[in-house]
Design a protein around this ligand. Structure first.
Ligand SMILES: Nc1ncnc2c1ncn2[C@@H]1O[C@H](COP(=O)(O)OP(=O)(O)OP(=O)(O)O)[C@@H](O)[C@H]1O
Ligand SMILES: [Mg+2]
Length: 471
């Protein structure tokens, strides 16, 4: 790892560690900024990006807490090392639970300080390597975690979109991260300091949607006690995210198209149009092209929304992301639920790798959270995966490179590969024997009882092979 450009902010009181260390680190190629005044340190944190914060002074609890807060405000993943002689005080305990701080609890020698710094930067580098667009932490946007080539391609496209205002249509199954992608586009673009306003078009009736989008004047309908700005107005200069766009009714499609073309909206019951400057990103988990073909969605609106199409692949098509996201959600839930789960057994990981994830990343997040509830120790050895149903699609093949790149343990990768082979083998064999299980057992040398069990496991129905091929 290259440390040359790493910038360390030291808040120095010469308290526990000999300040000579900073000279040594400078010689090693680090950039070091030493500040002795805590108020100035807070300013420095606000005005510049650092890779590590090192606190080496006696601070009142309040001051330390303020500093940690400031560091977290800039970037939630900036490592903080606090040198301290008094072990775990309450602040440390709290902060350590909240995130992965590195604490040096005692007066220590140069070597261990160096090791701690190297390790903190290394871990942070690793963590960041798979997190894209971590900016915008202050807005609750933590970035997109992935190492899948398909996703990386998509992220490159997002990067290229940062200078333009093009309209984007994001498609993908439920829970794949469409809203996250929309936020990434917003927070990496020129409009990042302006509002990101989201509205779920599928959750509202037609008239409610109209007044939510365009606003209404006082008295324009029963219950409109005061005039209200619409989402378009609220998103002025920023981004409007239209979720579940495939759900909007034909009359609303016309109104929306007009607003986009004219860049102005008219409130319900209003008389003057209002100019709006918004970038529109929409999303759908439906096959919107099919809707266009069926005349359920206006083709002119489709073209206007679909200037840049972005497709987010389902989780089962990027198995290398499963362990990565699992780790991410474990550390997130460790934080939220105040737990310290450190390990997942290969068997449990195997469960995740085998599952077909109809609810995608959101489902993974929920299953990890539920595992926290059922797991009493600090090791997860079972995930509460829903029982497999008969018509599960088989998990896609995983090659050796994908397994290694995805940090998928050998045992898990091998068993996944074997399972896929087993299923394909049984399908072939059943096809040859036209669904006759006894004959299949004889031909393949599999014990009939074992064969029945395996067919059940794979959700294969022999009846479906009556004509030789699966129906
Ligand atoms: N690559 C990722 N890295 C980190 N978190 C992710 C990733 N993808 C999805 N998530 C998380 O999974 C959850 C679901 O994502 P999101 O709401 O963006 O999905 P969606 O496609 O909009 O779903 P729906 O179709 O149900 O609206 C969120 O909590 C989101 O933060
Ligand atoms: Mg969504």
């Amino acid at each position: 790892m290259d440390y040359d450009s790493k910038h360390i902010l030291v808040i120095e009181g010469g308290k526990y560690i000999n300040p000579d260390i900073w000279t040594v680190l400078k010689e090693e190629g680090y950039r070091i900024t030493v500040i002795t005044d805590t108020a100035k340190a807070l300013l420095a944190i606000d005005s510049q990006e650092y890779d590590l914060l090192f606190i080496n002074c006696e601070l009142s609890l309040l001051r330390k807490e303020e500093l940690l807060h400031a560091a977290g405000r800039i970037r939630s993943d900036i490592p903080v090392i606090i040198a301290s002689a008094n072990g775990m005080d309450s602040l440390m305990e709290k902060a350590e639970r909240a995130r992965s701080f590195n604490f040096l609890h005692e007066v220590i020698g140069l070597d261990s300080v160096l090791v701690a710094i190297h390790r903190a930067l290394e871990e942070q580098g690793l963590r960041r390597a798979d997190t894209f667009f971590p900016q915008g932490a202050a807005n609750g946007f933590r970035g997109i975690i992935t190492k899948s080539p398909k996703m990386l391609q998509m992220l490159q496209l997002i990067g290229r979109l940062s200078d333009v205002d093009s309209t984007v249509l994001i498609t993908g199954e439920t829970g794949v991260g469409k809203e996250l992608v929309a936020r990434a586009i917003h927070f990496t673009g020129a409009r990042k300091n302006k509002p990101f306003v989201a509205i779920n078009c599928g959750a509202l009736t037609e008239s409610l949607l109209e007044s939510e989008l365009f606003g209404h004047e006082k008295g324009s309908f029963t219950g409109a006690f005061r005039s209200k700005p619409g989402k378009f107005e609220c998103a002025h200069k920023g981004t409007l995210f239209l979720d579940e766009i495939g759900e909007i009714a034909p009359a609303m499609q016309v109104k929306l198209l007009r607003a986009l073309q004219e860049k102005r909206v008219e409130k319900v019951g209003g008389t003057h149009p209002i100019d709006v400057d918004v970038r529109v990103i929409s999303a759908t988990n439906q096959n919107i092209k099919e809707k266009v073909n069926d005349h359920d969605f206006r083709i002119d609106l489709f073209y206007r929304l679909n200037v840049i199409p972005i497709h987010v692949p389902p989780l089962r098509e990027r198995p290398e992301d499963i362990p990565l996201l699992m780790k991410h959600f474990i550390s997130m839930h460790n934080e939220n639920l105040n737990r310290k789960i450190r390990e997942v057994t290969p068997r449990a990981l195997n469960q995740l790798m085998d599952y077909h994830w109809p609810g995608n990343v959101r489902e993974l997040e929920n299953i990890v959270e539920r595992a926290f509830i059922t797991c009493e120790k600090d090791v997860i050895d079972r995930f509460p995966i829903p029982q497999s149903s008969e018509d599960l699609p088989p998990s896609p093949p995983m090659d050796a490179r994908m397994a290694v790149n995805g940090d998928i343990p050998f045992s898990v990768a091998r068993s996944r590969l074997l399972k896929n082979f087993e299923r394909a083998y049984l399908q072939e064999a059943l096809g040859r024997c036209e669904g006759n299980v006894t004959r299949t057992a004889q031909k393949t040398g599999i014990n009939p009882r074992t064969l029945w069990r395996k067919l059940k496991e794979h959700g294969l129905d022999p009846m479906g092979f009556k004509g030789g091929r699966q129906r």
